[in-house]
Design a protein around this ligand. Sequence first.
Ligand SMILES: C[S@@+](CC[C@H](N)C(=O)[O-])C[C@H]1O[C@@H](n2cnc3c(N)ncnc32)[C@H](O)[C@@H]1O
Length: 322
Amino acid sequence: MQLPPELRNAIARQLEGVSRNLLSERAARISAHYRNGGGSAHALRDDLDALAYAVARMPATYAAVRNVLARFPERLPALSPVTILDLGAGPGTASWAAADAWPAISSITQLDSNALLLDLGRKLSASAMSGPLREARVVQTSLPTPLPHSADLILLSYTLAEMAAPDIRALLTSAWTSCAGALAIIEPGTPAGYERILLARNLLIEQGAKILAPCPHHQPCPLVAPDWCHFAQRVQRSRDHMLLKSADVPWEDEKFSYLIAVRDSLFTPAANARILAQPQITKAGITAKLCRLDGHAEFVQIPKRDPAAFKAMKKKDWGDEA
Ligand SMILES: C[S@@+](CC[C@H](N)C(=O)[O-])C[C@H]1O[C@@H](n2cnc3c(N)ncnc32)[C@H](O)[C@@H]1O
């Protein structure tokens, strides 16, 4: 997966005349800051930092969000959100993914505290094919805060990672109150990201939300530490991305954890288990790690001597419904 061509071109225009050595230095400093648990507010000091962030991280966060949004049609094929709230929107990455998933979206509102990322986002979306993305309402504000309006789809993409637990609870409560349809939360695919997803899952279920994905049930999560629920999306690297990351392969695997919660009126229960790791093909068949409808997680063997089941599972990937 890669960024849409208009977004790639818009980033390339911002990069014209920018020293790649300087950009790499900035990206390395920012990435060390995030690795040490720091947030965007202190990581990014000027426009060049914001651009380095976008080159280094937008392809991967876009890919993770796009992967998550692709889970909607499996369960809610008729869903076509019209209004979007992108909370902690940064340069607008998740809004781009939503506009790609549902071209019929008619209004996008982006909230974020970071003026540098919002400014860059405005410049990038000026080249978008999507009118609602070009005309997105951009609000600089510190979350949690009462949200400006309700929306069919609310996005929280890599935002909770930068907030303390009481603020996460307050933000999720106000997001759920403003959610007319679905709330999609995407976090880094680390144990800490998964913990925040669990916190969100418990809080949203308490508030009456139904979990559409990844969990095919509403029982407590069956995974036990050191295991944690996460998924992966392969991302194609641009030349600049390879340079920034001193990478020698033209792709990276973005690991993410996520949750999609929906209003009861939209919900249909899952009919299939969720595949929690890349299925392994052996001489005898396929081993797949599943989260089942009854709330248990287990490894199952699909033997080659059951050709129909074997063939069906061979087409499946980590994160798919089994
Ligand atoms: C890692 S970036 C992710 C940006 C974007 N959602 C994406 O997926 O690329 C986290 C974003 O959350 C924003 N953020 C963190 N805490 C915030 C807060 N309390 N209020 C508003 N925005 C916040 C940051 O400014 C930053 O833009």
